[in-house]
Design a protein around this ligand. Structure first.
Ligand code: GDP
Length: 467
């Protein structure tokens, strides 16, 4: 995969629209383009054009006119890849695109592999690895929240954070290693308390970052929500209302039936994925009838649980369900919202009685709505966004969304925990130094200071062609 001598080309736009862009990067890109491009201003010479200029003309294959195009020139290192590069804007006919690529290849360019432009940008130091990964996330972002995280990462906020931690640890390592250099002399350059403080500081940040992963991942792929509750409490009515009022994207997973159709919708900039609520509608035996067992299974995969209760029914069965759900949710990084439905009917309970009949805990969130008339549903949407984002998205905190980063951070955390206990147990410096170096290594993997062809291959194969 690593080939940097060739000049690569590929379409950069995906079907449709009036205009398509073909990009080319590499040392021969301007020369290759020039050999098939004829400017309308016959005094203009592509090879002599400075970077960031656009030239109008036509592309020909031998005598055959292919298209009128605009050619943008980029000169190294001031391009996306850091190499000389060309972007050809042509008409978006698949035939024209194919033809232009053909003539470019006939003049010596080769077809780009997925992510090859961005990989070159990384190899040429235009961005670090986590920024390169953010490019793919940015292209794939489907909601405001996912977009915000990707663009921050592209701007380098995550890289900065990691680099700072790495610098701290390198300082730590240098102190320890200095002691090692003095071998038998038993000197301590580094105050042990200071070392411990430093490791604790770094640990707190790596733990916070790792724990942001479940939220980050949910935002990127859609926050999984289960609407749970006894039969006839209004689950489908609520789901339909949420989907109807918002931009609903229904994704059908191939090879499955209705049960696995996912209902996805964007509410206030966050994408939610309703987890297989269809399966909760029909039930058989008595335990099943209460829906408890199935509900609990579904909750396993959810980040948010909306537990629906009917304000006009007795609370005994609901109490039992709530008890089970609580157990499932506690300590699990899941959010529970209790939703008391059907407030439009003359309710059996007033709100206070309802709360005390269910023995709700003070920290538990309860909302009163009518899924039928829509009353209170606006509050519910707002609450959904707030409980997810409050601490996180509104602040400057970095949120990680990438499993590769998460796994590296877990390794960093584990290494640092070993350093702490090593300091505690007064282990010899050389043993402590091993764990510190390991933490530094894993931090370097995130930003790409340390990479292998395998890591690069895995990352860039998931990119689209042309990026
Ligand atoms: P599910 O079994 O939990 O999915 O419940 P459904 O959404 O199928 O609703 C069961 C019944 O309750 C239906 O007849 C709904 O029209 C009715 N229903 C749902 N929400 C409300 C509400 O807010 N007020 C009233 N009055 N009826 C509702």
């Amino acid at each position: 995969m690593l080939r940097t001598g060739e000049t690569i080309c590929s379409p950069a736009t995906s079907g449709g629209g009036a205009i398509a862009v073909i990009r080319m990067s590499g040392k021969d890109s301007i020369g290759i383009c020039s050999s098939v491009f004829f400017p309308f201003d016959i005094t203009a010479k592509l090879e002599e054009k400075p970077g960031f200029t656009i030239t109008y003309g036509e592309i020909r294959q031998e005598d055959e006119l292919i298209d009128d195009v605009l050619v943008s020139i980029f000169r190294a290192p001031h391009s996306y890849t850091g190499e000389d590069a060309v972007e050809i804007s042509c008409h978006a006919s698949p035939y024209i695109i194919q033809k232009i690529l053909e003539v470019l290849v006939s003049k010596g360019a080769v077809a780009a592999q997925p992510g090859e432009f961005t990989m070159r940008a990384f190899l040429n130091g235009k961005m670090d690895l986590s920024q390169a990964e953010a490019v793919a996330d940015l292209i794939a972002s489907e909601s405001r929240a996912a977009h915000r995280i990707a663009i921050e990462q592209l701007r380098g906020s995550f890289s900065d954070e990691i680099s700072k931690l790495r610098a701290d640890l390198l300082h730590f390592a240098s102190l320890i290693e200095l002691e090692l250099d003095f071998g038998e002399e038993d000197v301590e350059f580094a105050d042990r308390d200071e070392l411990r403080d430093l490791v604790n500081k770094v640990l707190k940040i790596t733990r916070d970052l790792s724990s942001s992963f479940s939220l980050g991942n949910a935002i990127k792929n859609g926050v999984p929500v289960v609407i749970a509750g006894l039969p006839n409490t209004g689950k489908s009515t609520l789901l339909n209302r949420l989907l109807k009022e918002e931009r609903a994207i229904v994704t059908e997973i191939p090879g499955t039936t209705r049960d696995a159709i996912e209902d996805v919708t964007v509410i206030d900039g966050i994408m939610y994925r309703f987890v297989d609520t269809a399966g909760l509608r029909e039930t058989g035996d008595i335990v099943e009838n209460l829906g408890i067992r199935k509900t609990l299974e579904k909750i396993m995969s959810a980040t948010v649980v909306l537990l629906l209760a009917d304000m006009n029914e007795g609370t005994a069965a609901m109490s039992a369900l709530l008890e089970g759900v609580r157990e499932q949710v506690t300590g699990q990084d899941k959010k529970l919202i209790i939703v008391a439905n059907k407030i439009d009917k003359d309710p059996l309970y007033n709100r206070d009685n309802f709360v005390s009949a269910l023995e709700m805990k003070p920290e538990e969130k309860v909302l009163f709505i009518s899924a039928l008339t829509g009353e209170g549903v606006e509050d519910l949407k707002q609450t959904l966004g707030e409980i997810l984002m409050n601490e996180r998205l509104s602040s400057e905190d970095v949120i990680i969304t990438n499993i590769r980063h998460y796994e590296a951070l877990v390794q960093v955390t584990e290494s640092l925990e070993r350093v702490l206990s090593g300091l505690e147990d007064k282990l010899p410096e050389d043993l402590i130094a091993i764990d510190v170096r390991q933490a530094i290594h894993y931090l370097g993997e995130i930003t790409g200071e340390i990479t292998t062809d395998e890591i690069l291959g895995n990352i860039f194969k998931n990119f689209c062609i042309g990026k």
